[in-house]
Design a protein around this ligand. Sequence first.
Ligand code: FEO
Length: 170
Amino acid sequence: MAKSSVAPKVLTELNRQLNHELGAAHAYQALSIWCAARNFTGFAAFFAKQAGEERDHAGKMIAHVLDRGAAPELAALPAPPSDQASLLDVALQAQSMELANTRGIHAVYEAALAEKDYPAQVLMHWFISEQVEEEAWCDEMIDRVKGASCAGSLSDLDRHIGRHLAGDGK
Ligand code: FEO
């Protein structure tokens, strides 16, 4: 393998973050299962799609590291929580995960700035914008779940949430 062009501190951050993205995929899959087990099929589909997006995010970082002559290292994934008491708990967990993810992305970017690693900075620009969208849908989901005051309105929300939050505007 050619000598890596990624500064060691940036490589450490990218490795940490790509594993974090894989952990987020695992955790979204768990939220999808929680929802499917309670017949919230719209939410289940939405979280399954999110799990796929997180894997794609990890894939972008893995490709970047490989393209620059280094080998990404995968870590063990922690078991995600599955004891949420309500759909609101699920939505709050998604938000807390995205806020943590934003902090992680910013940490990679700060390392790339400090090391004058321009390619990693440009890669992180995409992720920084993506996190603005991810935090926005979390806020929207929490507002909508809080606004669904009875089982019937939660079911209505479930029927529409997957398509709505996926950006189909329905
Ligand atoms: Fe990889 Fe939810 O951001």
